[in-house]
Ligand binder design. Structure first.
Ligand code: ZN
Length: 151
């Protein structure tokens, strides 16, 4: 990757870290899942509204380092309106990227903005930061979550 692209990616993480998108509570949530990364002190609470096999809406709350917040922010943008199947597919591809299993250019293209986390895989301690929101999503989709109901 050339330096211009690296700088652009760095700015994307700073921007989303400072101004996370889809941040806040979600009164219509059907699922919620807490995630902690004790190594860095990152904490998030992910809330999703899932209806008819589709992620209608999602938001997160919490605090942590720029990477954990940016990752959660970009995740919410990436999976909003996806079917559960597509969300799980993206989840596995993103985790593969973090664990350096997705180096092919086509994989990066399919990940869109999420490819910004490519370089994080070189820093094992930061991988946990970038993976936190996604691990929470994984648990929520697997039904390991604290199920809540709006009924
Ligand atoms: Zn962190």
């Amino acid at each position: 990757m050339n330096t211009d692209i690296q700088r652009l990616y760095h700015e994307l993480i700073i921007d989303h870290g400072r101004h996370p998108r889809n941040f806040g509570s979600l009164p219509t949530a059907t699922h919620q899942q807490e995630g902690h990364n004790p190594l860095c002190g990152d904490q998030i609470l992910l809330a999703l509204e899932i209806r008819d096999g589709k992620i209608i809406d999602l938001r997160f709350e919490g605090q942590g380092c720029a990477i954990s917040m940016a990752s959660a922010s970009l995740m919410t943008q990436a999976i909003k309106h996806l079917s559960l199947e597509d969300a799980k597919d993206l989840l596995s591809r993103f985790l593969a990227l973090l664990h350096q299993e997705a180096r092919a250019e086509t994989d990066l293209e399919n990940l869109g903005k999420l490819a910004v986390f490519q370089n994080v895989s070189e820093y094992p301690a930061r991988v946990k930061c970038a993976a936190l929101a996604w691990r929470a999503l994984e648990a929520a989709l697997a039904g390991n979550s604290n199920l809540i109901t709006t009924e």
